[in-house]
Design a protein around this ligand. Structure first.
Ligand code: NDP
Length: 412
């Protein structure tokens, strides 16, 4: 399989290295990104560590004509988009023009509005079908592996799933006062926006971080998870049969929340342009320039991520609750590919997905699909071999009701 990877950041670097570790399948790998020196650095590392040659190019993926020209030169079977959500539609346009399959890990979001929704990408359905190509959306960890856990549970463990709580904990310590584990701009836009979850066919809005739950995360212990809106809720509520409620929880330390609230209160997370000394700047973009790059956190990062899905449903007439999860160790992923666990858990699933396409297990039909619409069984087997082993345990009960943080704050 020939792949073109776009985006040489924290997660893109893991994709490149994992492809090199599967060089029997990925016979040709080309990496293109905005800053070509980052591609060249990775090219050197991949040659030294895996004795594998990759091609590199500078690319502004906001310009479909540049991506089309590169695709025509490289002739990949698949484009893996590891750039930012802003580039999704422009890269899908280039794939349509050149009739090449597409995969990404984050759904489209307009740069001037913090609103990530699938409808922009789902609108490509007919055009992808007509072109005879496939787009697989959301093939990172969450979205990605979490969607596949749900699809696997639906296929093998339940007759119907009624309640899903996706729980995401990074219990690692990178030693910085404040840093984000993936692109700072995308991360802060995600956690500062209003929350939302889906229940009985309705979306229920919440204030940012209004609800929390203390969750016992395997491998790391009890941590406080906050209810957020996350994009996989939008597709899973359509693709899981019998679903009554789906929510997403992410843990944040008190220090992270303190910094984030201060940054928000003083306007540093604003996404609209402001005038500064006669020039227009966007505060969140300036903040990104000041914060550490997520790839730079990998060295000395200690601790683990623990991410999975708690699902309650019916099997053979009886209610049961299942937890499927992965635990990933920052130091181990650093030793393996020089990356921290958040980048690693994001980068391994698209490579596993690409292996599924190469073997003819996925993308058998043209069109635009969310990852849970692909066959989960061979993926689950392969992803464990690729570095993300998963576990299934039975729990006495699901996550249950919400705890409201705002009321406690008001009372205090
Ligand atoms: P980084 O910021 O580390 O990397 C993004 C890369 O994309 C950078 O190298 C950047 O270039 C490049 N890029 C940005 N704009 C363009 C452009 N117009 N043309 C070409 N290249 C461009 O982010 P991460 O690696 O942390 O995240 C990558 C993606 O993964 C994001 O979409 C993020 O939302 C997603 N993600 C998904 C997760 C999941 O589990 N599903 C979890 C975490 C992240 P430059 O170096 O010049 O800035």
């Amino acid at each position: 399989m020939k792949v073109l990877i776009i985006g040489a950041g924290a997660a893109g670097s893991v994709v490149v290295k994992k492809c090199a570790m599967n060089k029997d399948v990925f016979t040709s790998v080309h990496l293109a990104s905005r800053t070509v020196s980052k591609c060249e650095k990775l090219q050197k590392q991949v040659k030294e560590q895996f004795d594998f040659d990759i091609g590199v190019s500078a690319l502004d993926a906001d310009k479909p004509e540049e991506t089309i020209a590169l695709i025509n030169q490289v002739k990949p079977d698949l484009v893996i988009n590891m750039a930012l959500p802003y580039q999704d539609l422009a890269i899908m346009d280039a794939c349509l023009a050149t009739k090449v399959n597409y995969m990404d890990t984050a759904n489209y979001e307009p740069i001037d509005e913090a609103k990530f929704e699938y409808h922009w990408q789902w609108a490509y359905q007919e055009r992808f079908k007509e072109a005879g190509i496939t787009a697989i959306l959301g093939c990172g960890f969450d979205p990605g592996q979490t969607n596949i856990y749900c699809a696997y549970a639906q296929k093998h463990l339940f007759d119907e799933i009624n309640y899903i709580d996706i729980v995401d904990c990074n219990a690692g310590d990178h030693g910085q006062a404040f840093a984000t584990n993936f692109n700072p701009e995308i991360n802060l836009r995600e956690v500062t926006q209003r929350g939302k979850y889906w229940e009985n066919g309705q979306w229920i809005d919440t204030d940012p971080l209004e609800f929390y739950k203390d969750i016992d995360f395997p491998g790391v212990g009890e941590k406080r998870g906050y209810l957020l809106y996350h994009e996989e809720l939008e597709s899973l509520c359509q693709n899981i049969k019998g679903l009554k409620r789906i929510r997403f929880w992410m843990t944040f330390g008190d220090e992270y929340i303190k910094h984030m609230e201060v940054l928000q209160n003083i306007g540093m997370t604003r996404i609209d342009p402001v005038m500064h000394n006669g020039a227009e700047i966007v505060p969140i973009q300036f903040l990104k320039t000041l914060l550490p790059e997520p790839s730079s956190l990998a060295e000395n990062y200690e601790g683990k991520t623990s991410i999975g899905c708690i699902m309650t449903g019916i099997k053979d007439g009886k209610e049961k609750t299942i937890f499927i999860y992965n635990i990933c160790d920052h130091a181990q992923t650093h030793a393996e590919v020089g990356a921290q666990a958040v980048s690693y858990t994001t980068g391994v699933p698209p490579v596993t997905g690409a292996l599924m396409i190469a073997r003819g297990e996925w993308a058998q039909e043209p069109g635009v699909f969310n990852v849970e619409q692909m066959n989960p069984t061979p993926f689950m087997e392969e992803v464990a071999k690729q570095g993300l082993p998963w576990h299934i345990i039975e729990l006495p009960a699901g996550l249950g009701e919400l705890t409201q943080r705002r009321k406690e704050k008001d009372a205090a």
